[in-house]
Design a protein. Sequence first.
Length: 84
Amino acid sequence: MKTTSERDELRPEYDFDYSKAVRGKYYRRLLEEGANVVVLEPDVAKAFGDSVAVNEALRSLLDLARSTQRLTKRSTGRARTARR
């Protein structure tokens, strides 16, 4: 454990009063500005160990969507006519 004299050797700019800190001060602003921070629901977060796992799953989903997109689009050829 550091003694009082060791703590006093820090520069004044590193002396931060945490009692005046505000939790989540910029949270709402980040949401409004469309930051890249994503908050997962607890049940979803349990399924993933870390952000790497989330990114892998999302990339896999994007690849699947891209590969099946061309199967679901109508062809650009002739328009279909109704049979009589």
